[in-house]
Write a protein that binds this ligand. Sequence first.
Ligand code: PHE
Length: 341
Amino acid sequence: MLKDKIEALKAEIASLKAQKADEVEALRIKYLSKKGEVSALFEEFKTVTPELKRELGQKLNELKSLAQDRIAELKAMSAAANAQNREAIDVSRPATSAPIGGRHPISIVKNEIVDIFGRLGFTVAEGPEVEDDWHVFTALNFPPEHPARDMQDTFFINTNPDILLRTHTSSVQVREMERQKPPIRAVFPGRVFRNEAISARAHCIFHQVEGLYIAKNVSFADLKQVLLYFAKEMFGSNVEIRLRPSYFPFTEPSAEMDVSCTLCGGKGCAVCKGSGWLEILGCGMVDPAVLENNGIDPKEYSGYAFGMGVERIAMLRYGVDDIRNFFENDVRFLQQFQSAL
Ligand code: PHE
C-alpha cells in the first residue's frame, strides 16, 4: 500500500542523521533526486484510484516537504559543526616543520665573491651562455688558430662554428664594453662549458666570476690590491697572495694568483702538493687590442680583468676533494651547507 510506504519513509526521513557535507548530499540524492525514493512514490501515485488521490496526494506532498526540510536542517548543522571545528584549532600550537632546502654551496660561494667585490664598488652583470665566436674569442684577441677554439675544448652548436657555449665569462667583458662607456667596474658571475673529460678535478660545466675595471690610469698595483683584499675576505686575514707571470690573449701583462694554502697555512701538505700555494685565479691588464676591438681608446683608458673558478674556491673553502659532488645533487652532501645560508 502506498499509504504505508509514505508513512514508513516519513519515519525514516525524520530520523536521518549526517555530519559531513558530503553525507548530507548523499542523502539528498537518495531521497530527493529524480531517481530518489520520494520521486519513486510519486511515480507509484500515478496508478492510485481516483478516490484515494486527494488524500494520498496531500500525504505525498507533506513527505516531500518534510524530506526537503530535514535535508536543509542537516546541511545547516553540518556547516555549523564545521565552523566550530575551525574555531577549535589551536593557532598557538607549534607547526610541524617542513624541511626546507638550502642554498647550493656554489651559490653560497658565488654570492660571497660577488658581495666582496660589491663592497669595493663593483656592480654585477650577466651575459648569455650560448655565445658567438666574437664575444668569446675574436674580440678578446684570440688568434684564429688558438687551441681554445678547437672542437676539443669548445662545445659548438649544430656544428656552426660561430655559435658556441662560452668557455669563459670573459665574454661578458666584451658585452659590457659594448653596453657602456668607461668607467666600467663590474663582476660577471656565470656558468661556463668546456669539452673536458670529467674527473675529480675537472668538469665540463662549471662556474666563474669575472671582474673588469676600466677607467683612467688603472694600474697593475690597483689590481694587486683588489685581489689581496678579496683573498683576505674570502680565506681569512692571514692569507698571503702570490702573482706568477702567465699568458692570456686578452691581458698583457698576465698573471695567475696563488693563495697560501688554506689547509696547511703554507707549510706544504697533500692539498697544495707540498708547495704551500694554491692557484685560484687568472688576471692581468686588459690588452690594448681588446680595448680597441671594443671602441675604447687605449691611450685614454686602461683596465684590469680577473677570472676565477667558483668550484675551485668552494673546494678549498669547504675541503671538498671531488668537483663532481657539486653536480650530483646528493642531499647528504648538500645538507651540510644548510647552515651556511
Ligand atoms: N678567462 C680566463 C680563464 O677562463 C681567466 C681570466 C679572466 C684571465 C680575466 C685573465 C683575465 O681561464
